[in-house]
Design a protein around this ligand. Structure first.
Ligand code: SF4
Length: 187
């Protein structure tokens, strides 16, 4: 599958009930040859309207953290587990995540990132099958068949709880450090 096939398949998808409430599908944004793939949960209201991920308040906070870390945007691609907005911004259900997972797998196969950052428990559970609470998962790196995975908070959690901002920022710095090591052939 190439990008055009994938994008057309998502746009026409009726694989779960989330298709009924969407204004736009939200596939992803960023460099399609990125080293780092950031994965959130699903589109919110603004994302649904614009068809672009992480453009609402949580996305703006995420961008501020990337700026503070001087993160080169050409290094990243941003996507969600589900491509259609869950009603009332609820978490996507397990069956919705599973129905949509082939598209995220397709993105992973096309991008071939060295690093995947799971932002929030939905992404961590869907991609890594983790069921532990975030305080046990956050900040831990895992090597899965040569790809490095990190679980951290979803940026929306930082809007609800200010104390999570610093650990999230530390995780962003950790990603940047790993990126440097990859560039320098240390990893
Ligand atoms: Fe299809 Fe994913 Fe949208 Fe469900 S969320 S309708 S599986 S694109």
């Amino acid at each position: 599958m190439n990008w055009e096939d994938l994008e057309n398949a998502v746009k026409n998808c009726t694989g779960c009930d989330l298709c009924k409430g969407r204004t736009n599908v939200v596939i992803g944004r960023g460099n399609k040859n990125a080293t780092v793939l950031f994965v959130g949960e699903g589109p919110g209201e603004q994302e649904d309207l614009e068809g672009v991920p992480f453009v609402g308040k949580a996305g703006q906070l995420f961008e501020l953290c990337l700026d503070a870390a001087c993160f080169d945007r050409s290094e990243i691609y941003i996507a969600n587990v589900v491509k259609c907005r869950p009603p009332e911004n609820r978490n996507p259900l397990d069956e919705e995540c599973m129905a949509c997972l082939p598209f995220l797998r397709g993105q992973f196969a096309l991008i071939r990132p060295r690093v995947v950052v799971c932002m929030g428990l939905v992404a961590s559970k869907t991609l890594l099958r983790h069921t532990e609470p975030m305080n046990r998962l956050r900040g831990k790196w895992e090597n899965v068949k040569g790809t490095l995975f990190l679980t951290t908070y979803h940026p929306a959690a930082l809007l609800r709880n200010e104390t999570l901002k610093m650990p999230f920022y530390e995780d962003i710095l950790s990603v940047k450090k790993v990126l440097e090591e990859i560039k320098n052939n240390i990893l």
